[in-house]
Ligand binder design. Structure first.
Ligand code: C2E
Ligand code: MG
Ligand code: MG
Ligand code: MG
Length: 296
């Protein structure tokens, strides 16, 4: 009987802890949702840039813009947490608009310094169905005197599939402006390449979950190899994210992957840090695809 009582007590205790944990989590989310609305005006956001390397030339001509938020009392909040909340609470468009403007101004600065980088930005589902997005971008290109090729878009399959027709309209307009489009986190969604090919897509970005352990996991290597082959046979460029070692970089380059991104090359960093990084960077030499050596 004592044991039963103890179990009941423990059960009630853990149940209560669970509820308290949930409450705490819920409270944090409500706080973040509320404070996100002022984050732009309060200057709490900034952008980190992560370089991508062209495997063939070993040079860096592209990078990805990743949003960062330092909350005044809660400190650094990761984008995997606040982007989802912004999407569900309706503030994502405001954040995206801030990011676009900020990145375009930064691109102009870099071009004045002689760095002709192209920056990729991530779009959410509600951005890709925003009918004014293309027009706003065209205005930004005009204002900052940028070529449309200096910007590219990364969007996940799931963001596009939420409303394919509306997304298709926006993506076509962006494409017509000269903006390149990549499918982000490729391999984590449920859409087929046939569905993806219907979209105006230029590149596939293989999700880091398949790439991170490519140097030790045979299965991952197989998946990545066939993704690169399929992508290429459909005329798409292939980018690998989450490249964490030189061995992985060499493997991917040997498989014919077009671009690499990951902690091995560089972590995301502030714009000034990236400028310094670019100034001191010397092109690396990666192994060429095996087929170009092996074919008689
Ligand atoms: P993502 O677009 O797939 O970005 C790649 C994420 O992987 C980034 O995380 C990057 O820091 C991380 N990463 C890059 N290389 C490595 C590596 O070698 N190893 C590991 N473990 N991680 C690596 P981050 O910056 O935390 O962003 C997470 C996600 O938040 C992004 O995934 C993207 O979906 C979203 N996000 C970030 N910024 C924005 C934004 O401005 N707008 C939108 N809509 N989403 C954003
Ligand atoms: Mg991305
Ligand atoms: Mg990704
Ligand atoms: Mg992601």
């Amino acid at each position: 009987a004592d044991i039963a009582l103890d179990m009941a007590r423990r059960h009630r205790h853990s149940h209560q802890q669970y509820i308290e944990g949930q409450d705490e989590q819920h409270l944090r989310q409500l706080t973040l949702i509320r404070d996100l609305q002022d984050a732009v005006a309060n200057g709490e956001l900034w952008v980190a840039y992560q370089p991508k390397m062209d495997c063939r030339t070993g040079t860096v001509t592209q990078c990805e813009a990743l949003m960062r938020w330092r909350h005044p009392s809660l400190g650094f909040v990761p984008p995997d947490e606040f982007i989802g909340l912004a999407e569900r609470s309706g503030s994502i468009r405001m954040l995206s608009q801030w990011l676009l403007e900020h990145v375009c101004a930064q691109l102009e600065t870099w071009q004045r310094q002689g760095h002709y980088l192209s920056v990729a930005i991530n779009l959410s589902a509600s951005d890709v169905v925003d009918q004014r997005l293309a027009l706003r971008l065209a205005e930004l290109f005009e204002r900052y005197q940028l070529a449309p090729e200096s910007l590219s878009i990364e969007v996940t399959e799931s963001a596009v599939m939420q409303d394919v027709d509306a997304a298709m309209g926006t993506l076509l307009e962006l494409h017509r402006l000269g903006i390149r489009i990549a499918i982000d986190d490729y391999g984590t969604g449920y859409s087929s390449l046939a569905q993806i090919k219907r979209l105006p897509v230029d590149a596939l970005k293989i999700d880091k979950s398949f790439v991170q352990a490519i140097d030790t996991q045979k299965d991952d290597l197989t998946i990545v190899r066939s993704t690169i082959e399929m992508g290429h046979s459909l005329g798409l460029e292939v980018v690998a994210e989450g490249v964490e070692s030189r061995t992985s970089a060499d493997l991917l380059s040997t498989l014919g992957c077009d671009y690499l991104q990951g902690y091995w090359l560089a972590k995301p960093m502030g714009s000034e840090q990236l400028t310094e990084w670019l100034d001191s960077f010397t092109p690396l030499s990666l192994p060429h695809p095996a087929s170009s050596i092996e074919t008689p």
